[in-house]
Write a protein that binds this ligand. Structure first.
Ligand SMILES: [Zn+2]
Length: 334
């Protein structure tokens, strides 16, 4: 199997817009979600490294056998887009933003996973207020296949006023530990979770997430920082993945998190009387670390108030602790 795939890849032309049989390849003049849905070979069309904008956000066409995804959460919306290139060059895009939903609903090409997770989700009629401790919905995009992940925390730049480097580091550690130890608000004793998923290092470098709303390319360093986003988003996670034969999902090889430093409505005391319209940094970091280890948003139509719900509420720190669905996906994946 692996040998055949390598042979296919090696035989494919890398520069000319011709197909392996010598005919003209179907290379689009612009790289839209719709164009990709009609079938584009990134090798034949020489598109590796080209930028594609999905729902206004940038992802670079990854090398064959790799993928890149972004998860962003704002005050009123959240978005997920993922672009991958198969080992033999075929581009695919998934996600839950308007571009990809339109593709799923309208196009003759309907990816079965999109159909399952999104089209059906829109017709979900459950009440939005049921308990986070009864709801076990969860989404996995990919996962790490190593014992623990070293992430580098930038404690030197762009911190919001009032957040000391020590407080930022303590908050990051606690957010990571919530996932490693299954800390939850449901009274569930998940003693089997002693995962040590994360190791913290300090850095003065920046995450590979750009203010022009794009994920950079895989640099092999997983960095968490405060830095400028475009003002639309609270936090953002990019993950880079490799396709490995024999594994059920893409393997994460790099993940970066950025919290928007251009906004001032942050708090570390969501329950204090002084909180008004401010977002809890620790709740957000716990949510972003969920993305960091490969989990996606649960359906917002289901409305579960889980850590991986696509909504954060001002002055609400409940996402600091996991709900039932968050625990379910954790135990299933790690
Ligand atoms: Zn998110």
């Amino acid at each position: 199997m692996a040998t055949a795939l390598v042979a296919t890849f090696a035989a494919a032309p890398v520069n000319a817009a011709t197909s392996p049989d010598g005919g003209e390849a179907d290379c689009p003049s612009s790289l839209s979600v719709d164009a990709i849905s009609r079938g584009v070979n990134a090798i034949e069309c020489n598109l590796v490294g080209a930028e594609i904008r999905v729902d206004g956000l940038g992802l670079y066409v990854p090398e064959p056998g790799t993928g890149v995804s972004m998860e962003a959460i704002g005050e009123l919306e959240a978005i997920h887009s993922e672009v991958s290139t198969s080992p033999d060059g075929v581009l695919s895009v998934e996600g839950d933003g308007p571009d990809v939903l339109r593709l799923a609903v309208n196009s003759a090409f309907v990816d079965s996973s999109l159909e399952d997770s999104h089209v059906s989700a829109q017709t979900d009629t459950r009440e939005p207020d049921y308990s986070r401790c009864l709801e076990n919905s969860a989404t996995v995009n990919a996962n790490w296949f190593i014992g623990y992940v070293e992430y580098e925390l930038n404690t030197t730049e762009n911190l919001p006023p009032g957040l000391s480097p020590a407080a930022w580091e303590a908050l990051a550690l606690e957010s990571a530990e919530t996932w490693s130890n299954g800390h939850n608000s449901c009274g569930l004793n998940y003693t089997q979770f002693d995962l040590n998923l994360f190791r913290l290092l300090n850095t003065t470098s920046n995450s590979n997430i750009n203010a022009d709303t794009s994920c950079g390319t895989n640099d092999g360093r997983s960095i968490v920082d405060f830095g400028p986003l475009d003002g639309t988003w609270l936090g953002w996670t990019c993950t880079w993945t490799n396709w490995v034969p024999g594994r059920p999902s893409y393997t994460i090889v790099d993940a970066d998190v950025r919290i928007d430093s251009t906004r001032s409505n942050w708090t570390t005391s969501p329950n204090s009387s002084g909180c008004s319209g401010d977002y809890d940094i620790q709740a957000l970091m716990t949510h972003e670390f969920g993305h960091f280890i490969g989990f996606g948003h649960v359906s917002e139509w289901g409305g579960a108030d889980l850590t991986m719900s696509p909504e954060l509420t001002p002055c609400d720190g409940s996402a600091r602790l996991l709900g039932l669905g968050d625990l379910a996906v954790l135990s299933e994946t790690y």
